[in-house]
Design a protein around this ligand. Sequence first.
Ligand code: 13P
Length: 250
Amino acid sequence: MTMNSKLMVGNWKMNGSLAANASLLSEVLSGMGGVTCRSAVCVPAAYLAPSQSLLAGSALALGAQDVSAHDAGAYTGEVSATMLRDFAVRYAIVGHSERRQYHGESDAVVASKVQRALAVGITPIVCVGESQSEREAGQTEAVVKRQLAAVIHANGHCVSEIVLAYEPVWAIGTGLTATPEQAQAVHAVLRVQLQAATAHADRVSILYGGSMNAANAASLLALPDVDGGLIGGASLKAPEFLAMLKAASR
Ligand code: 13P
């Protein structure tokens, strides 16, 4: 268990519009009384600037959903860590399973992205997780350890500055949630691996992601090695997201 308060992060994925984002954020911000956990929303790159304005001065931090593995140059369509920094981005999701799956991001690419984010002071939220078939084949531990090992290899003891998210691929957007036992078991494995890499492993928040919602958040957040959540669908509904922020504030 880390010393920090819980961290709850909404991942909007490729959803929203200028108007929808403004109403979602205003509803969330107006309901944050009593929220003491750390919180953030990771918005599509196109909406960083307006989201920065809407969140200015609030406790809800701004995050991005990806970052380039490169510093600058001929990389059409990419957004660099330095550019994210221009919009006061605090967090960047790195290595989400949707990026690994649909955009072919390897463990090595993910590790480079983590380096770019850390170099400019953005906290990478590094996602790891096994597919359904990997779980059924008994490979869960091996897969998440391999994914984290690549990040440790490239970043050394600086790995203490990341946030880690365990997102079982079979639980993402499916309504299937890892049981508390399944989540705790993997989180504990990841914690031990971090402890072997850095003396400051307790600084690393390990988030759970995958169909987390207002109904199941409290039981997951009560686990000793679950330090918060990475929330997709349920973060698009202000009352539900707020209920989860409150569950993490107890
Ligand atoms: P859902 O909460 O929609 O399952 O998405 C989880 C996720 O992928 C967050 O990054």
